[in-house]
Design a protein around this ligand. Structure first.
Ligand code: MN
Length: 509
């Protein structure tokens, strides 16, 4: 992307081990050596997307407070992984945990996997105490009402590393949102409800700022683009996508492709100028632009920008966050819309798409660049990339503003290839089967108030999103293979009370 994106290759998780001075120097040295070995082992795991750095032993209130304060003030630190090798009296943790502003995971592991049945003595017992040390620590986290992820199992266990990796992705996504800028170009599609929301609440809750820009300012960036740059980008289009002859250089409709390329270059420069990581457009406000940005939006999403159509800034920020979360994983992430259904008795399916703006990161095949009329917006025919989306497991996620809080809704789905070609459909499209089944999924989503603008990701999982929701302190409704409408409705009722009461019972207020 560009200079708006923080350098993420240097991100770290700090490994902090709980203990106490009671055991003497020699034991503490052993605790440190073992901790380093665990940190190095986790570091070598492919599941964990950031560096794990053993930082210190928390053996006193002072040392714990110091490392928490340092974590808060270190930009590269996205969170803490805490484990108690020995007993670590948890009153010592109150001061540090009270000021810690970064997320943390509680890794409930043990240095040695197996009990040395024939050899075990009291020295061994005094060193390997995480079984009860971590419970003392857990009590304090619960007593302080602190949100954290508890991961249980031996640190060399693949599933443990995977779960820690999922949480690390959530922490990474969270980190990327802090101080981030979302540009709302134009305002909201008139009268639409779910794309609206409280921007002040969103900034307090998620850390990103949403600011409006007149489309005229974008238009001036587009007008400033030089013809040679347009030539170069058109050549890239021709090499990366399939184009019919009339759209090629010298063709009768090539000018539409040039207009689209100019919009892409202008939009890129505009976002760079604003230091933005995500943006929205609206077809109702395009003064000064020849086309609704189509291929421009698609390619910017492909480069990692977040996007939401019709002013949908919550979705734009979520697209960006989910792209950061999964940037090293196979599979892509896109803005999406539940568009049309296939309600055949043999299996109900959803056709997802949008007017233009589907990210090519989820494309099955080489996209074709096409220019077709758009029924709304009153502008010239926009260029867009058309493709099918590859089959496989995916999630649809959305965040809505309920007035007193935000709710995330996640539905696990299976993307399938279209049963038949759709040669007359001039937009990129995904076909999916929702879990546990279409009726349960749609009813649960609708009862939850889920948006018609989900983020479709083939790389993110519901566990990563649950971890993100927990870090952000928001509600998450999961519609997975086990979900039932009755269960979801019950959760919604319980959550309504819980999130109302939670503010009052939270230790930190
Ligand atoms: Mn839409």
């Amino acid at each position: 992307m560009d200079n708006s994106v923080k350098n993420r290759s240097s991100l770290e998780l700090w490994f902090v081990t709980g203990s106490q001075c009671l055991y003497g120097e020699e034991t503490l040295k052993q605790v440190a050596d073992n901790s380093k070995e665990i940190a190095e082992g986790l570091n070598a795991s492919d599941y964990i997307p950031v560096k794990i750095v053993f930082k210190c032993i928390g053996e006193s209130p002072e040392s714990i407070r110091e490392v928490c304060s340092l974590a808060n003030n270190t930009e590269a630190c996205i969170g803490l992984v805490i484990w108690c090798h020995t007993f670590s009296p948890a009153k010592m943790w109150i001061g540090g945990l009270s000021i810690l502003s970064k997320p943390f995971a509680h890794l409930h592991t043990q240095f040695n996997r197996d009990l040395p049945w024939g050899e075990i003595d009291m020295d061994y017992m005094n060193l390997h105490q995480s079984a009860h040390g971590d419970r003392e620590f857990g009590f304090m986290c619960s007593r302080m009402r602190l949100e954290r992820k508890v991961i249980v199992g031996h640190w060399q266990d693949e599933e443990v590393q995977q779960r820690l990796g999922n949480w690390a992705r959530a922490a990474k996504g969270w980190h990327a949102l802090q101080g981030a800028n979302v540009c709302r170009i134009g305002d909201n599609m008139r009268e639409v409800a779910v794309t609206e929301g409280d921007k002040v609440a969103a900034e307090s809750r998620f850390g990103y700022s949403v600011n409006g820009y007149g489309v005229g300012e974008l238009a001036s960036f587009v007008n400033d683009v030089r013809d040679e740059e347009v030539d170069e980008l058109c050549a890239i289009y021709q090499s990366e996508y399939t184009l019919e002859p009339s759209l090629l250089k010298g063709g009768s409709r090539h000018e539409s492709v040039r207009d689209a390329a100019r919009i892409e270059l202008g939009l890129r420069n505009f976002l760079k100028d604003k230091g933005a990581i995500a943006f929205t457009t609206t077809f109702e406000d395009l003064v000064g632009l020849k086309q609704l940005p189509g291929i421009a939006v698609q390619r910017l999403m492909g480069d990692g920008y977040g996007f939401g159509a019709e002013g949908d800034w919550k979705t734009a920020a979520l697209v960006y966050m989910m792209k950061v979360m999964t940037e090293d994983l196979h599979g892509g992430t896109s803005f999406m819309e539940d568009y049309t259904y296939h309600l055949h008795p043999s299996g109900n399916k959803v056709l997802g798409s949008h007017m233009l703006e589907v990210c090519p990161s989820i494309a099955e095949t080489k996209p074709s660049l096409e220019v077709h009329p758009l029924g709304i917006g009153g502008k010239e025919d926009p260029a867009r990339l058309v493709f099918d989306v590859s089959a496989g497991d995916a999630v649809n996620a959305t965040i809505v503003d309920l007035g007193n809080r935000f709710r995330m809704i996640v539905n696990e789905v299976e993307i399938v290839l279209p049963e038949n070609p759709m040669p007359k459909l001039p937009v990129a499209r995904a076909v999916w089967k929702a879990k546990p089944d279409f009726k349960t999924s749609a009813a649960s989503w609708i009862y939850s108030g889920g948006s018609h603008h989900p983020v479709l990701s083939k790389a993110a999982t519901s566990e990563m999103l649950q971890d993100f929701a927990d870090i952000a302190g928001i509600e998450m409704v999961l519609i997975d293979g086990e979900a039932s409408v009755a269960g979801v409705r019950k959760d919604l009722r319980v959550n309504e009370v819980y999130y109302h009461m939670n503010r009052g019972s939270s230790f930190a207020g």
